[in-house]
Design a protein. Structure first.
Length: 230
Protein backbone atom coordinates (compact mmCIF):
# COMPACT_ATOMS: atom_id res chain seq x y z
CA UNK A 1 0.00 0.00 0.00
CA UNK A 2 1.41 3.45 -0.87
CA UNK A 3 2.67 5.50 2.03
CA UNK A 4 1.33 8.94 2.90
CA UNK A 5 4.41 10.51 1.31
CA UNK A 6 3.82 8.56 -1.89
CA UNK A 7 0.19 9.74 -1.94
CA UNK A 8 1.36 13.34 -1.62
CA UNK A 9 3.98 12.95 -4.34
CA UNK A 10 1.39 11.40 -6.65
CA UNK A 11 -1.01 14.31 -6.07
CA UNK A 12 1.80 16.76 -6.68
CA UNK A 13 2.67 15.04 -9.98
CA UNK A 14 -0.88 15.58 -11.24
CA UNK A 15 -0.49 19.28 -10.57
CA UNK A 16 2.76 19.68 -12.52
CA UNK A 17 2.27 21.94 -15.56
CA UNK A 18 4.01 21.86 -18.91
CA UNK A 19 7.69 22.61 -19.22
CA UNK A 20 7.12 26.29 -19.96
CA UNK A 21 5.37 26.89 -16.65
CA UNK A 22 7.26 24.40 -14.48
CA UNK A 23 9.88 26.71 -13.03
CA UNK A 24 7.25 29.24 -11.95
CA UNK A 25 4.86 26.76 -10.34
CA UNK A 26 6.73 23.66 -9.11
CA UNK A 27 8.29 25.34 -6.09
CA UNK A 28 5.09 26.83 -4.60
CA UNK A 29 3.23 23.57 -5.24
CA UNK A 30 5.95 21.63 -3.45
CA UNK A 31 5.64 23.98 -0.49
CA UNK A 32 1.90 23.34 -0.39
CA UNK A 33 2.50 19.57 -0.34
CA UNK A 34 5.05 19.90 2.48
CA UNK A 35 2.64 22.01 4.52
CA UNK A 36 -0.15 19.48 4.05
CA UNK A 37 2.11 16.62 5.16
CA UNK A 38 2.92 18.44 8.39
CA UNK A 39 -0.42 19.98 9.30
CA UNK A 40 -2.86 17.32 8.07
CA UNK A 41 -1.31 13.86 8.42
CA UNK A 42 -2.95 10.62 7.37
CA UNK A 43 -5.91 10.02 5.03
CA UNK A 44 -7.35 13.48 5.69
CA UNK A 45 -4.17 14.99 4.31
CA UNK A 46 -4.36 12.73 1.26
CA UNK A 47 -7.92 13.87 0.62
CA UNK A 48 -7.03 17.55 1.04
CA UNK A 49 -4.07 17.24 -1.31
CA UNK A 50 -6.24 15.49 -3.90
CA UNK A 51 -8.76 18.33 -3.72
CA UNK A 52 -6.01 20.93 -4.13
CA UNK A 53 -4.63 18.97 -7.07
CA UNK A 54 -8.06 18.89 -8.72
CA UNK A 55 -8.41 22.66 -8.41
CA UNK A 56 -4.91 23.55 -9.54
CA UNK A 57 -4.81 21.06 -12.40
CA UNK A 58 -7.54 23.04 -14.11
CA UNK A 59 -5.43 26.18 -13.92
CA UNK A 60 -1.77 25.43 -14.39
CA UNK A 61 -1.84 24.01 -17.93
CA UNK A 62 -2.96 27.38 -19.24
CA UNK A 63 -0.36 29.62 -20.74
CA UNK A 64 0.59 32.25 -18.17
CA UNK A 65 1.03 34.90 -20.86
CA UNK A 66 -2.56 34.34 -21.96
CA UNK A 67 -3.75 34.75 -18.38
CA UNK A 68 -1.88 38.06 -18.21
CA UNK A 69 -3.53 39.22 -21.44
CA UNK A 70 -6.97 38.29 -20.12
CA UNK A 71 -6.31 40.11 -16.87
CA UNK A 72 -5.25 43.21 -18.81
CA UNK A 73 -8.42 43.03 -20.92
CA UNK A 74 -10.56 42.74 -17.79
CA UNK A 75 -8.79 45.74 -16.27
CA UNK A 76 -9.40 47.74 -19.44
CA UNK A 77 -13.09 46.81 -19.42
CA UNK A 78 -13.36 47.83 -15.77
CA UNK A 79 -11.74 51.20 -16.47
CA UNK A 80 -14.07 51.69 -19.43
CA UNK A 81 -17.12 50.91 -17.29
CA UNK A 82 -15.96 53.44 -14.72
CA UNK A 83 -15.68 56.21 -17.35
CA UNK A 84 -18.94 55.69 -19.28
CA UNK A 85 -22.47 56.75 -18.42
CA UNK A 86 -24.52 53.61 -17.98
CA UNK A 87 -27.61 54.88 -19.82
CA UNK A 88 -26.32 56.85 -22.79
CA UNK A 89 -22.90 55.34 -23.38
CA UNK A 90 -21.33 58.81 -23.35
CA UNK A 91 -18.49 59.80 -21.03
CA UNK A 92 -19.55 60.22 -17.43
CA UNK A 93 -19.00 63.25 -15.18
CA UNK A 94 -15.70 62.06 -13.71
CA UNK A 95 -14.21 61.27 -17.12
CA UNK A 96 -15.50 64.60 -18.50
CA UNK A 97 -13.47 66.59 -15.99
CA UNK A 98 -10.38 64.54 -16.76
CA UNK A 99 -10.86 65.11 -20.49
CA UNK A 100 -11.51 68.82 -20.02
CA UNK A 101 -8.29 69.30 -18.05
CA UNK A 102 -6.33 67.36 -20.66
CA UNK A 103 -7.82 69.17 -23.66
CA UNK A 104 -7.38 72.59 -22.05
CA UNK A 105 -3.72 71.85 -21.35
CA UNK A 106 -3.24 70.64 -24.94
CA UNK A 107 -4.93 73.77 -26.33
CA UNK A 108 -2.60 75.99 -24.36
CA UNK A 109 0.48 73.92 -25.21
CA UNK A 110 -0.17 73.98 -28.96
CA UNK A 111 -1.85 77.39 -29.07
CA UNK A 112 -5.01 75.90 -30.59
CA UNK A 113 -8.65 76.91 -30.05
CA UNK A 114 -10.95 75.02 -27.71
CA UNK A 115 -14.67 75.43 -27.12
CA UNK A 116 -17.24 73.94 -24.77
CA UNK A 117 -20.99 73.46 -25.18
CA UNK A 118 -23.36 72.73 -22.29
CA UNK A 119 -26.85 71.33 -22.83
CA UNK A 120 -29.70 71.26 -20.34
CA UNK A 121 -32.71 69.06 -21.14
CA UNK A 122 -35.40 71.37 -19.81
CA UNK A 123 -38.34 69.04 -20.16
CA UNK A 124 -36.86 65.91 -18.59
CA UNK A 125 -38.51 66.33 -15.19
CA UNK A 126 -41.89 66.95 -16.78
CA UNK A 127 -41.52 63.85 -18.99
CA UNK A 128 -40.53 61.72 -16.00
CA UNK A 129 -43.51 62.94 -13.98
CA UNK A 130 -46.16 62.66 -16.69
CA UNK A 131 -44.96 59.77 -18.88
CA UNK A 132 -42.67 57.83 -16.58
CA UNK A 133 -38.93 57.35 -16.29
CA UNK A 134 -38.76 55.02 -19.29
CA UNK A 135 -39.95 57.86 -21.49
CA UNK A 136 -37.38 60.15 -19.88
CA UNK A 137 -34.65 57.63 -20.57
CA UNK A 138 -35.71 57.42 -24.21
CA UNK A 139 -35.45 61.20 -24.47
CA UNK A 140 -31.91 61.13 -23.08
CA UNK A 141 -30.94 58.30 -25.42
CA UNK A 142 -32.31 60.23 -28.38
CA UNK A 143 -30.22 63.24 -27.42
CA UNK A 144 -27.10 61.09 -26.99
CA UNK A 145 -27.62 59.48 -30.40
CA UNK A 146 -28.14 62.88 -31.99
CA UNK A 147 -24.89 64.16 -30.51
CA UNK A 148 -22.94 61.19 -31.77
CA UNK A 149 -24.19 61.76 -35.32
CA UNK A 150 -23.26 65.46 -35.23
CA UNK A 151 -19.79 65.23 -33.67
CA UNK A 152 -16.34 64.60 -35.08
CA UNK A 153 -14.18 61.74 -33.86
CA UNK A 154 -12.08 64.19 -31.86
CA UNK A 155 -15.08 65.79 -30.11
CA UNK A 156 -16.02 64.53 -26.64
CA UNK A 157 -19.64 64.23 -25.49
CA UNK A 158 -20.48 63.52 -21.85
CA UNK A 159 -23.46 63.27 -19.58
CA UNK A 160 -22.49 65.28 -16.51
CA UNK A 161 -25.82 65.33 -14.64
CA UNK A 162 -29.32 63.89 -14.72
CA UNK A 163 -30.35 66.26 -17.52
CA UNK A 164 -27.02 67.96 -18.27
CA UNK A 165 -24.69 67.19 -21.17
CA UNK A 166 -21.39 68.69 -22.27
CA UNK A 167 -19.43 68.68 -25.51
CA UNK A 168 -15.69 69.41 -25.59
CA UNK A 169 -14.62 70.70 -29.01
CA UNK A 170 -10.84 70.58 -29.52
CA UNK A 171 -9.36 72.83 -32.20
CA UNK A 172 -12.69 74.65 -32.51
CA UNK A 173 -13.19 78.43 -32.10
CA UNK A 174 -16.41 79.86 -30.72
CA UNK A 175 -17.86 80.35 -34.20
CA UNK A 176 -17.59 76.63 -34.89
CA UNK A 177 -19.21 75.81 -31.55
CA UNK A 178 -22.07 78.19 -32.31
CA UNK A 179 -22.72 76.51 -35.66
CA UNK A 180 -22.87 73.10 -33.98
CA UNK A 181 -25.18 74.46 -31.26
CA UNK A 182 -27.50 75.82 -33.95
CA UNK A 183 -27.75 72.42 -35.60
CA UNK A 184 -28.51 70.77 -32.26
CA UNK A 185 -31.14 73.40 -31.45
CA UNK A 186 -32.77 72.92 -34.85
CA UNK A 187 -33.05 69.19 -34.21
CA UNK A 188 -34.30 69.39 -30.62
CA UNK A 189 -36.17 72.67 -30.56
CA UNK A 190 -37.27 73.80 -27.11
CA UNK A 191 -36.18 70.60 -25.39
CA UNK A 192 -32.70 71.91 -24.63
CA UNK A 193 -31.11 75.11 -23.43
CA UNK A 194 -27.56 75.65 -24.68
CA UNK A 195 -24.53 77.48 -23.31
CA UNK A 196 -21.26 78.08 -25.17
CA UNK A 197 -17.78 79.25 -24.17
CA UNK A 198 -14.40 79.43 -25.85
CA UNK A 199 -10.97 79.23 -24.26
CA UNK A 200 -9.90 82.78 -25.05
CA UNK A 201 -6.49 83.89 -23.68
CA UNK A 202 -8.00 85.31 -20.47
CA UNK A 203 -9.42 81.89 -19.51
CA UNK A 204 -6.93 80.28 -17.18
CA UNK A 205 -8.22 76.72 -16.75
CA UNK A 206 -10.74 74.16 -17.82
CA UNK A 207 -12.76 74.97 -14.70
CA UNK A 208 -12.99 78.62 -15.77
CA UNK A 209 -14.08 77.57 -19.25
CA UNK A 210 -16.81 75.42 -17.71
CA UNK A 211 -17.93 78.31 -15.52
CA UNK A 212 -18.22 80.61 -18.56
CA UNK A 213 -20.30 78.04 -20.44
CA UNK A 214 -22.49 77.53 -17.38
CA UNK A 215 -23.11 81.28 -17.11
CA UNK A 216 -24.05 81.43 -20.78
CA UNK A 217 -26.40 78.51 -20.28
CA UNK A 218 -28.02 80.23 -17.28
CA UNK A 219 -28.55 83.43 -19.26
CA UNK A 220 -30.34 81.51 -22.01
CA UNK A 221 -32.51 79.68 -19.48
CA UNK A 222 -33.59 83.02 -17.96
CA UNK A 223 -35.07 83.97 -21.29
CA UNK A 224 -37.23 80.86 -21.39
CA UNK A 225 -40.65 81.20 -19.79
CA UNK A 226 -41.23 77.51 -19.16
CA UNK A 227 -39.95 74.09 -20.22
CA UNK A 228 -41.60 72.43 -23.22
CA UNK A 229 -44.78 70.49 -22.66
CA UNK A 230 -44.23 66.76 -22.16
Amino acid sequence: MPTQSEHMDSSLDTMTPGAGDSDQLDEPLARIADAVRVTVPGPAGDELMARIAAIVSGLVPRDLAQIAVENAELQHELELMQSVDGLTGLRNRQRFFEDLRREFAAARRYDSPLSLILLDVDGLRSVNETRGYDAGDRLLLALAELLMTRLRVTDIAARIGDDDFAIILPRTPQEGAERLAERIAEALGDWVAIGIAAAIPSVGSGAELLDLADRDLASHKLGRTQPPAA
